[in-house]
Design a protein around this ligand. Structure first.
Ligand SMILES: C[S@@+](CC[C@H](N)C(=O)[O-])C[C@H]1O[C@@H](n2cnc3c(N)ncnc32)[C@H](O)[C@@H]1O
Length: 387
């Protein structure tokens, strides 16, 4: 088997854009090139791929573009929202409606105009720490989205989500109102172009698009999922990236002007959160028994995955470690307990976790939980098969 494209993909340092991958800046997402190379190396068209920690659905988008079926699960409802928007191909007519909406709405966003407030979301705390100007623009835009045809509304919400994230998340200075308006339109064009590109790729396959399912579900519970695809064609490939041990990632909040956090993305996407950060990262990083807790959750998650995959399935995962020497052996032991053995990818009897499968990830939105530790997190490709 030629694994060179997979190695090239994990070592690629640039930013990969295109298709619907630019719809939202999800923290710790992996490169589409990695998902693409794994899908091409290990599956044929028509087969099913599973990503039990789908995040921003990179795997699902690539599977769709390559004529495969895919099932994605995640415990975050925001992830499910993104997966559905990014894999639902809209008609040319619907894309025109999106552009018209943005062109009409952007100039109307104003701090001076009155707005019908979203008091129910406000009272539930979803608007907390969102600077009032952007809270008001979001309310104005959401009120106009409600007038759009139902099938267009999620994509319009996604445009707004991307724009408010750009305006406030990890920003030291907030943009002006004209800049916000301009960005809303720019983001609409990006999203429409991505949708057109994905539609062309799917049409070029010359057959019905593969089935895509996105579910809000903990990986440990996948065995109980009502999934037609999993039942019909057990996955031959898992491509995934679980939460990383000892590496804190803020999946479910935007960070505003320093360390203030807002759950506003859930409000804009019209989905429920209600969980603390530890829920999304396999445990609270501040707990003294963090590693024990993390590996126990990893074990049950992959035991759930084991129940639904084909007996010849390949599991390809990119995992980042804060302390690789300590944590990698524990990781491998947890995978073994869950029913997976390491797979010799190179066919040369050497462990795959060698130098070429490691890469240093520049520290952007995540940071190791000991503040004075290295600013780099090491990521490794791990390949397993059912034992
Ligand atoms: C590293 S991210 C995945 C990023 C993804 N590969 C992408 O390209 O966007 C890990 C994801 O695991 C999800 N997650 C955490 N615990 C989970 C669990 N028990 N079951 C399913 N998903 C979980 C988080 O919500 C997060 O979206």
């Amino acid at each position: 088997m030629n694994v060179q494209p997979l190695i090239d993909a994990i070592n690629f340092k640039g930013i990969v854009t295109g298709l619907t991958h630019d719809f939202y800046r999800y923290p710790a997402r992996f490169s589409p090139l990695f998902a693409r190379a794994a899908i091409e190396a290990f599956t044929s068209p028509g087969e099913t791929i599973l990503d039990p920690f789908m995040g921003s659905s990179t795997t699902l988008v690539e599977a769709l573009a390559l004529g495969r079926n895919a099932v994605g699960t995640d415990i975050s409802s925001l992830s499910v929202f993104l997966a559905r928007v990014k894999t639902k191909l809209l008609s040319g007519h619907d894309l025109d409606a999106l552009e018209e909406w943005a062109i009409d709405t952007a100039p109307e966003l104003s701090t001076r105009s009155p707005v019908v407030r979203h008091m129910d979301w406000h009272e539930l705390g979803y608007q907390i720490n969102l600077p009032w100007r952007f809270r008001k623009f979001a309310e104005q835009a959401l009120n106009s989205i409600a007038e759009l045809p139902t099938q267009v509304q999620p994509a319009a919400r996604c445009i707004l989500l991307k724009t408010v994230q750009w305006a406030v998340d990890c920003k030291k200075r907030l943009p002006t109102t004209p800049d916000f308006r301009e960005r809303l339109i720019e983001n609409t064009f990006t999203i429409v172009a991505g949708m057109i590109e994905l539609t062309k790729r799917v049409k070029a396959l010359g057959k019905e698009p593969g089935g895509i399912e996105a579910h809000q579900c903990a990986a440990a519970d996948i065995g109980e999922l009502q999934s037609e695809l999993l039942r019909r064609r057990p996955p031959k490939l898992v491509v995934t990236s679980p939460p990383y041990p000892g590496v804190h990632v803020l999946y479910h909040r935007w960070q505003v002007l320093g360390r203030r956090e807002t759950p506003a993305p859930y409000w804009i996407a019209d989905c429920q959160d209600g969980q603390g950060g530890a829920h999304y990262t396999f445990g609270d990083r501040r707990r003294s028994d963090h590693d024990d807790h993390y590996f126990a959750r990893l074990r049950t998650a992959f035991a759930g995955v084991r129940q639904v995959v084909h007996r010849d399935c390949i599991v390809a995962q990119l995992v980042g470690f804060a302390k690789p020497e300590q944590q990698l052996p524990l990781y491998m032991a947890a995978m073994e307990d869950a029913g997976f053995k390491e797979h010799d990818l190179g066919g040369n009897g050497k462990r795959p976790s060698q130098e070429k499968f490691w890469r240093a990830v520049p520290n952007r939105k995540w940071y190791t939980w000991l503040r004075d530790e290295t600013k780099q997190t090491s990521e490794v490709l791990l390949v397993h098969r059912p034992a």
